[in-house]
Design a protein around this ligand. Structure first.
Ligand code: ATP
Length: 363
């Protein structure tokens, strides 16, 4: 049977363990041999016991676990060709030539690069005497399939990434807790949420919690945002509101790309509006913990689809990434999805916010 390995890479997200479970079990159900690579690409470079064969019962109970039980890491060695050569050697040793990666756009970029280099890496393993011609004969092509695991919901081409709804859920619960005390004391809270380049969490938390104002990177506020924000919040207070919630994404900035920090917002609310204001940085609580039902479903359906994509792949098929579009699980060319994602960041960098927003809409 086909030998298929799965790894999780980049920042952790809720549902990654469920994705591993789905890949392992679908591989076994298709008559294949399943492997889990521990600690992301580092495990691929280190090889040996870091690439572990998985049995059905090894992933029992993983669907409801938060984060990733096979670990994740940022791996410098894999950024270099030499590291990828070592990784390829470790894979050939175990007879693996199919890899399913659950991670963010960086991890998927690395995966695609690995695939395009693969034939050259095989030649080098033979010419350097590390492997025999016979050993690499059945591994002429590397099969790569991407699963998007990220709390940020930052990949173009998919409606939701594995983990984003769990994070959103946790943020909303946290804001509900803060709401109670804010109301009691008539206070204002500035809440910083994760999202360096993507404001999805901030925007959706704002919508879901009825925030008074939201700052997100793709859609910076108007030039005179200070007066605008203070005006809106004063109006809400005049209408009888006892609490104020402002959500600030980590990567929030103005139209000149000057960072907007929670403390800047706090000072405005204290000094210009006269509110007793506190800052709360939600931090790692918002990485999610146990996955919500949606993320369990997404991880399972997409993990199964990833194995099917491996089994149906031809050498000429571009590497797919598994997406969800209008509630359907679909495969898309991985390189396209990454290129579109990078385009949004490039548009923000050149202050073309209309184009950045359009890129997000197309998701
Ligand atoms: P997140 O969205 O959570 O940051 P990510 O997958 O984008 O996740 P990165 O830190 O960018 O996270 O990438 C994770 C790992 O993937 C890197 O440490 C590196 O090992 C590998 N990687 C990323 N980009 C490349 C690349 N261009 N070439 C080879 N490997 C890469």
């Amino acid at each position: 049977g086909k030998r298929i390995a799965v790894l999780t890479s980049g920042g952790d997200s809720a549902g990654m363990s469920g994705a591993v479970r789905a890949v392992v079990r679908q591989t076994l159900a298709s008559g294949g041999v399943a492997y889990a690579v521990y600690e992301g690409y580092q495990g691929l470079v280190d090889g040996g016991s870091m690439i572990k064969q998985m049995r059905w019962e090894d992933v029992r109970g993983w669907l409801s676990e938060g984060g990733t039980l096979i670990g994740t890491a940022r791996c410098k060695a894999f950024m270099e060709r030499a590291g990828r050569l070592t990784a390829a050697n470790n894979m050939v040793e175990k007879g693996i030539d199919a890899l399913i990666i659950c991670g963010g756009d960086g991890s998927l970029t690395g995966a695609d690069k690995f695939r395009s280099e693969w034939p050259g890496l095989m030649e080098e393993l033979v010419s350097s005497g590390k492997r025999t011609e016979n050993e690499v004969r059945h591994h002429k092509h590397l099969n790569i399939v991407g699963l998007v695991g990220s709390i940020d919901n930052d990949l173009s081409g998919t409606d939701a990434t594995i983990g984003c709804y769990s994070s959103l859920e946790r943020i909303c619960q946290s804001i509900d807790y803060i709401d109670a005390t804010a109301f009691s004391h008539q206070r204002a809270f500035v809440i910083e949420v994760m999202g360096r380049h993507c404001g999805w969490l901030a925007l959706m938390a704002g919508v879901s919690c009825g925030a008074d104002f939201v700052f997100c990177p793709e859609n910076p506020p108007s030039e005179n945002w200070e007066e605008e924000m203070c005006g809106i919040i004063k109006k809400h207070r005049e209408m009888g509101k006892r609490k104020t919630i402002v959500v600030v994404a980590e990567g929030a900035h103005d139209r000149q790309l000057n960072h907007i920090s929670p403390n800047m917002v706090k000072d405005l609310l204290s000094n210009k509006v006269g509110l007793d204001t506190r800052v709360t940085t939600l931090g790692h609580v918002q990485r999610g913990g146990p996955p919500c039902a949606y993320d369990r479903m997404l991880a399972t359906l997409q993990g199964v689809e990833a194995v099917k994509a491996v089994l149906e792949s031809r050498p000429e098929t571009p590497s797919p990434v598994i997406c969800i579009v209008e509630n359907k699980i679909v495969r898309k060319p991985l390189v396209d999805a990454i290129a579109k994602t990078k385009e949004v960041a490039a548009n923000i960098a050149k202050k073309d916010f209309a184009a950045a927003m359009k890129g997000r809409d197309a998701e």
